[in-house]
Write a protein that binds this ligand. Structure first.
Ligand code: ARG
Length: 403
């Protein structure tokens, strides 16, 4: 084993990363610095400090990354209307490069030669962390304990904890918990009964949205303001990116918006079933498409839609810090120069529907489209020629086929 001098660990303070912390200290016999990111997961982070202190960690980093997460990762992704496999809003995928960026930053600052994470060997997250570290600083090694140690099951993990006097919360002793990943954009739940896609997910997996069946009978009307492709206000009130997403999560959650039960294809090769809750993100996707519908040229909009699946797959597969993602981002960002205005939506029993949109940069022309008499010169005979020429090859083809 190569000698490691100092490690920065991505540390949540939960059972898994507490065990990983102990294991790293024992296995490498070196200093471990812990890094805990506040991504709006809605958990108290001070207990993580206390636990790291108890484990003898001297350098404990707890950093509020909420604004950076939303403004530099979530919003750029939203400009593309990114969805993986047509449905997944990429809530976990987009958080990994940010965490990796800070792991690398701290490693450089404290002179660490390695970073470590608690992602398992079957998932996407290990790939995302490690590809990001590769792209940001190839000199930094990555330690993935789940791929290295002999612990192979939940039971063995608990035995290790017991042996090393790591406190195990009582609810973690019995049945294995769901695997949950939460941040300002979403909550993702996997594992246990969800591993059978033929089984209906139990109600208690949902954490931040009400069942649409129990949502208020009265719809709620909200207006979102956009500037150059990014949301900037809710109901006329200007907000920072993280505050805006927090506000929409609250509104969407109350109305049961943003639930998704999905079987997806992991990059590593297997299918997995998960439950996602993305209330604010679901509202923002609908709203962004709404404002784009009046401000983007047709060909520009269609080109965006063509590259979107590719862009989403890059993020899903962990290539955020890759040249091709940056190239696509430049194209997407360029398209957003006039994507400004206001979109009004109705939240009602699980749906977020655009009901009106307006923009000072609108390309929509009522005068052009109207069924009534129009002031703009539009010669109906032009349409006749347009159709005749477009139909030319179809007439040849049909005649040859003998129709
Ligand atoms: N399958 C999702 C993804 O790859 C979520 C992964 C993390 N979630 C979790 N519950 N462990 O982006």
């Amino acid at each position: 084993m190569t000698k490691i001098e100092k490690i920065v660990l991505s540390y949540s303070g939960g059972l898994d990363t507490s065990i990983i912390l102990k294991w790293l200290q024992e296995t490498y016999g070196c200093e471990v610095v812990t890094f805990t990111a506040d991504l709006g997961q809605g958990e108290e982070l001070e207990p993580a400090r206390a636990k790291a202190e108890m484990a003898g960690v001297k350098d404990i980093r707890i950093v509020d990354l909420r604004e950076e997460f939303v403004s530099d990762f979530v919003f750029p992704m939203l400009r593309a209307n990114a969805l993986y496999e047509g449905q997944y809003l990429l809530g976990s995928s987009i958080a990994r490069p940010l965490i990796a960026k800070h792991l690398v930053g701290i490693a450089r600052e404290v002179g660490a030669d390695a970073v470590a994470h608690g992602a398992t060997g079957k998932g996407n997250d290990q790939i995302r962390f490690e590809l990001a570290v590769n792209a940001l600083d190839p000199s930094i090694k990555v330690i993935a304990p789940w791929r290295q140690w002999n612990i192979r099951s939940r039971m063995q993990l608990l035995e290790y904890a017991e042996k090393h006097h790591i406190p195990v919360p009582s609810d973690k002793r019995g049945e294995a918990p769901f695997s949950i990943d939460a941040n300002l954009l979403h909550t993702s739940t996997e594992g246990k009964s969800l591993e059978n896609p033929a089984e209906v997910a139990p109600d208690h997996v949902y954490q931040r949205t009400v069942d649409p069946l129990d949502a208020p009978d009265a719809p709620e009307i909200i207006t979102i303001g956009f500037e150059r492709g990014d949301p900037v206000s809710v109901n006329g009130k200007a907000m920072t990116p993280a505050a805006l997403l927090t506000e929409l999560n609250g509104l969407g959650g109350q109305h049961g918006v943003g639930r998704l039960d999905l079987v997806e294809n992991r990059f590593i090769g297997m299918k997995s079933r998960g439950i996602y809750e993305t209330p604010g993100g679901t509202i923002l996707l609908a709203a962004h498409r709404g404002i784009e519908s009046i401000t983007l040229d047709r060909a520009a909009a269609h080109l965006k839609d063509e590259i979107m699946p590719r862009y989403a797959e890059l993020i899903y597969n962990g290539f955020w810090f890759a040249p091709e993602r940056e190239m696509l981002q430049a194209l997407i960002d360029h398209s957003q120069a006039f994507v400004s205005g206001e979109v009004t939506l109705r939240l009602y029993k699980g749906s977020a529907s655009v009901i009106s949109r307006a923009s000072p940069c609108s390309l929509y022309s009522a005068d052009l489209v109207t069924f009534e008499e129009s002031a703009i010169a539009f010669d109906h005979h032009d349409a006749e020629g347009f159709i005749r020429l477009n139909g030319l090859r179809l007439r040849s083809w049909a005649a040859r086929n003998g129709r």
